[in-house]
Design a protein around this ligand. Structure first.
Ligand code: ADP
Length: 488
């Protein structure tokens, strides 16, 4: 197992510094409940300095316009991150409780590979597009659409996939010529501060272009959203916080990118291969203990195959091994903190109170003495309007709902304020796609396909967000468009 790598300091204007007050807070390992170490607990004065530095670096340096220099810096960052991959692996496992098995995918290796993809994109990107001539008032002009950096970006990130989400914001933002203040989640500071240290010590990225502010409280995030010197907020987190962020930015009409909650449905049609559909769904809801916004937490099963499906599902869920995240056999570790465990257990209780049948799990595992674990849990006969079918639980809790026919399945899948992800399983891809196309959601798994990749846009319909992260669209979120006209 790789060592845990720590960095307690903030990055402000090119310097690794403690909080001005000297305050720190504990970084806790959710699997062992042990304190790993401390991190700077920033306050308003620190955030203010970081915003000033990012504003100055944007307005007074060539960062936003010198594409060749940015590309060189991105390549340096890519190499430096690769050189520290094992230390980052140890750290993300320790501070997130992320199963080490997941670090070969979206918890670490995949996002690290994505840095090179963004650099390649910048290398070939057409910053100008000639759209030809137009005649107005008898004057003919040639028009050019030009992309420019959006400005100072506040990147506010959650704790569940911190390296993936930090990089998915910071790298394209800097690649586009923006300057950035990263505000990681209070529970997962080091994956952010270590990125700060790598940028400061191992790249030529100029002072002020990238800043990292960690805090035990959320108010520095609010400050970032309200400050008129910040042009754009890129946020991933809960829908309720996303709404606060939009309100906070409204006074100066800040641009917002929001990647928010989900309550995605896995729809198993009556001619699907039940075994693979149920395996995929059980795997999804237990992966990282269900702590992913795109995880399918509602399972829709045809009533015509209900008994058979439930029997198979319980068999598969019962065979999932979970526990110590440093054990490569486990895809499911603990929840992030005790209060999150209480919240998940509260949802399970509410599900039963509202009429669901608790068919498996529902409690704290007895075989694990330490760590914020919850058993893999299956709630059957869930009413489509019940709280556990409507609200995001962020735990290993699967709500199973019956349906009559394809129309009914589509209606239930769309009965949600969210629209982030989902899946359809059917006897043919054609049939699955016909149903998937009727579900209002940003990503869709067809018969078990996995969309994740640096080039694949990710984001939500409805209250799951605004905009797309990753891919060319994700890069362009960090640009403004200027239309130029020349007389011919
Ligand atoms: P969680 O991921 O724990 O459900 P949030 O969505 O609230 O919680 O948190 C995601 C990120 O948003 C974290 O970095 C958190 O500190 C930050 N945050 C929470 N509240 C606010 C707020 N009012 N304004 C700005 N950022 C916030």
């Amino acid at each position: 197992m790789a060592e845990v790598w720590s960095e307690q300091r903030l990055l402000i204007d090119g310097e690794l510094v403690d909080a001005a007050s000297g305050a720190t807070y504990d970084n806790v390992n959710p699997a062992t409940e042990e304190v790993l170490g401390v991190t700077a607990d920033a306050a308003q004065a620190d955030m203010d300095r970081a915003i000033a530095a990012a504003r100055r670096a944007f307005d007074e340096t060539a960062w936003s316009t010198d594409v060749a220099f940015r590309l060189r810096c991105l390549r340096q960052l890519d190499e430096a991150l690769g050189a520290h991959a094992e230390e980052l692996r140890g750290t993300v496992v320790a501070e997130v409780g992320a199963p080490v098995a997941l670090t070969s995918g979206p918890q670490l290796d995949a996002p690290l590979q994505g840095v090179g993809w963004v650099a390649d994109l910048v290398e070939r990107y057409e910053w100008q597009q000639d759209i030809g001539e137009a005649t107005n008032f008898g004057i003919t002009s040639r028009r050019v659409i030009q992309r420019e950096a959006a400005g100072v970006v506040g990147a506010i990130t959650p704790w569940n996939f911190p390296i993936q989400i930090n990089l998915a914001k910071v790298v394209p933002a800097m690649a586009a010529g923006c300057t950035v203040i990263l505000k990681p989640a209070p529970d997962t500071p080091w994956t952010g501060t270590l990125l700060g240290r790598i940028v400061a010590e191992e790249t030529d990225i100029p002072a002020g272009v990238f800043n990292v502010i960690t805090s035990a409280a959320n108010d520095v995030g609010q400050q970032l959203c309200e400050d008129p010197r910040v042009d754009l907020i890129s946020f991933t987190g809960s829908t309720s916080t996303g709404k606060k962020i939009m309100r906070a930015g409204a006074d100066n009409l800040k641009k917002v990118f929001l990647e928010l909650g989900g309550k995605s449905a896995a729809v198993v049609l009556d001619d699907a291969d039940l075994g693979s559909a149920l395996f995929m769904t059980a795997f999804a809801i237990t992966t990282h203990a269900g702590q992913g916004c795109a995880i399918t937490s509602r399972l829709l099963i045809p009533r015509s195959r209900w008994d058979e499906a439930v029997e198979q599902l319980l068999g598969i869920m019962g065979s999932i091994s979970y526990g110590d995240p440093t054990d490569p056999a486990n895809m499911m570790g603990p929840l992030i903190r005790e209060s999150q465990r209480e919240r998940v257990l509260g949802y399970i209780q509410k599900g039963v109170e509202e009429g669901a049948t608790l068919a498996m799990g529902g409690g704290i595992p007895t075989h694990l003495e330490k760590g914020f674990y919850v058993e893999p849990t299956v709630l059957l006969d869930v009413d489509e309007d019940a709280t556990v079918a409507q609200e995001e639980i962020f735990g290993p809790v699967l709500a199973v709902i019956g349906f009559d026919d394809d129309d009914d399945a589509v209606r239930i899948a769309n009965n949600s304020i969210y629209g982030l992800s989902g899946g359809v399983f059917a006897g043919s891809d054609e049939r699955a796609v016909a149903v998937a196309n009727r579900i209002r959601t940003g990503t869709m798994t067809i018969n078990g396909g996995l969309y994740y990749g640096a080039d694949a846009p990710f984001g939500g319909y409805k209250q799951s967000g605004i905009g797309r992260e990753m891919g060319v669209l994700g890069f362009e979120e960090y640009t403004e468009v200027k239309t130029l006209a020349f007389p011919v």
